[in-house]
Design a binder for this molecule. Sequence first.
Ligand code: DAH
Length: 347
Amino acid sequence: MESIDQALESLRGAFLPRFRAAATEQALRDENAKILGKKGELTAILKDLGKAPPESRKAIGEKANVVKKEVEAGFETCLRELRQKEREAELSAPPFDLTLPGRAPSGLGHKHPIAIVREEVVAVFRQLGFAVFDGPEIEHEVNNFTLLGFPPDHPATDMQDSFWTTSGHLLRTHTSNIQIRAMKSLKPPMAFIAPGTVYRRDDDATHSPMFHQIEAFLVDRHVTLAHLKGVLAEFAERLYGPGTPVRLRPSYFPFVEPGAEVDIGCVFCKQSDGTRKGCSLCKHTGWIEVLGCGMIHPVVFENCGIDPEQWSGFALGMGLERLAMLRYGIPNIKLLFENDPRFLAQF
Ligand code: DAH
């Protein structure tokens, strides 16, 4: 049997040419493992150390460690050389061909259903002559409630219903604050649309603590309910197709008088002859509620320094999540906020 010393010597002479012969990093690593790995040659030699005659064991052990260090250093050097060679080859190769056609896009981003609906609604109102008016999401209660005619004990002003921050500020609970901001800062006539994010302490299958609204309002001389109805009819036709019927149901909002809720003919059970047979989505009524509206209350005008004897106007507000859910038949509002690509890719 070859002595341990001889085995060490022959390994010492062989490892470098073996490393140098490796053409790739993987081949080099494989070769290294054959020597230093668990079942490697040097590892095997070290295991046999016990068999060496006791008087030479120490010297052989030291030599084995020296060889091990040499192998490790040799591996590192060869690895560096190999990488250097690869880099040089890369740099001296012909440059990238910039004339090659691009690869097919791997899933371009696209619009969120709420953004789609918002852009549609804004487009309809812009065509009718309304301009966009923006405002802050952290609002003072004066603009969010007081000047809109909310009594101080209105449930919406409660800690349970709204997110209050400090000293009379809260996350706005609706976009109606924009009516106040516009009317306080500008002189009529005016026609604005205000899309934005709003917040309420609400969380279930059809409510989210953060959601989106669009407010629209118009102030001019001699504005009547007929103008409001005309705008609503136009809105329903443009968004849900020609002939979509609209109806107003009396309702109460502190900042309008009279106030109404608006239904459109159900878009889900509409028959080819234009009638509706009723379905679960419209609770078998043939009608679906889409927004709140009314004639701007004289007190709101006064609160903003506008003379209600000279000016009148209408306002309306709608929830975008609701519009999107109706449009696409989305059963749970959470789907709109989870940003699951499998859901979003469908729009
Ligand atoms: N601000 C109301 C809400 O969040 C919606 C609304 C109702 C807006 C009637 C209006 C309106 O402008 O006239 O529930």
